[in-house]
Write a protein that binds this ligand. Structure first.
Ligand code: SAH
Length: 245
């Protein structure tokens, strides 16, 4: 069993790399694929780069070349759900491409697949939920405690629901409300989840998407994102380590 682990940005991957033992690095198409073990579990980890094309492309390499049996993406996102706060964690039940638009009466639907909500794997998502919940409840490192204080995160919670993905940084009330109105049970927005989920779905590889809320996808999103991003890998490394305990 080999897990593919993905983040979109170097900042999300960061200290997670230190957790990988017996490391072997292969460079393909400007991406570093790091094979090794986390807590004894075989993994291949990579930074996909930002956006749906980059993410789908990296996922395809993980599946086709590295033969991963399951995929877990961990990154940051803008919060959309009513009770979803900065610092909280969202586990996707499914992902929607919010910028997929065929006509005014037909959007989000992926032709041929004929679905608009690309499902995530239930059992794997449940494991991620437990790993995230353990992070929220468990003892925190000094770095995490200090980071929480600096961004005013008190008791982060874990939510499950739909993840909206598109090639757009969402930072306006108009767009955030549009997403909330048009996507039932939407919890957060980001730029890669649906691409990873769709590539995995089409290949028949179980996939889970974990997102930590860095901003509220509103007028303050850029400032909030900038404050949060450098510490994003504190979350990913802790959650992924828990996943393979
Ligand atoms: N500022 C960076 C780009 C960041 S894009 C640069 O100029 O290089 C935002 C990244 O964080 C994406 O990988 C996306 O998945 C995630 N993200 C966080 N908040 C988001 C939001 N409000 N809207 C869309 N994506 C968001």
């Amino acid at each position: 069993m080999v897990y593919g682990i993905l983040c979109a940005m170097d900042e999300e991957f960061g200290i997670l790399e230190n957790e990988i033992a017996e490391k072997e690095v292969t460079e393909i198409y400007s991406r570093r694929f790091i094979s090794g073990k986390i807590n004894g579990q075989r993994v291949v980890a990579a930074v996909s780069r930002i956006g749906k094309v980059a993410a789908a492309f990296t996922t395809a390499v993980l599946i086709e070349k590295f033969k991963v049996d399951a995929l877990v993406f961990c990154g940051i996102a803008g919060g959309l759900g009513d009770n979803v706060k900065i610092g909280d964690i969202v586990i996707g039940t499914g992902c929607v491409q919010h910028d997929f638009y065929l006509s005014d009466s037909d959007f989000f639907r992926i032709p041929l697949l004929n679905i608009s909500n690309i499902p995530c794997d239930k059992a794997l998502s449940e494991k991620c939920l437990n790993a995230a919940a353990e992070f929220c409840k468990g003892e925190k490192t000094k770095e995490i405690t200090e980071f929480f204080a600096s961004v005013n995160v008190k008791e982060p919670k874990v939510h499950t629901g739909i993840i909206a993905s598109g090639d757009q940084f969402i930072s306006s009330d108009q767009k955030r409300l549009w997403l909330k109105e048009n996507i039932e049970n939407v919890m957060c927005c980001e730029m890669e989840g649906a691409a990873v989920a769709q590539a995995a779905f089409e290949a028949g590889v179980p996939c889970a998407i974990i997102r930590v809320i860095s901003d509220s996808a509103d007028g303050d999103a850029e400032v909030s994102f900038d404050k949060f991003v450098s510490a994003a890998s504190l979350y990913s490394s802790a959650i992924i380590k828990n996943l393979f305990k």
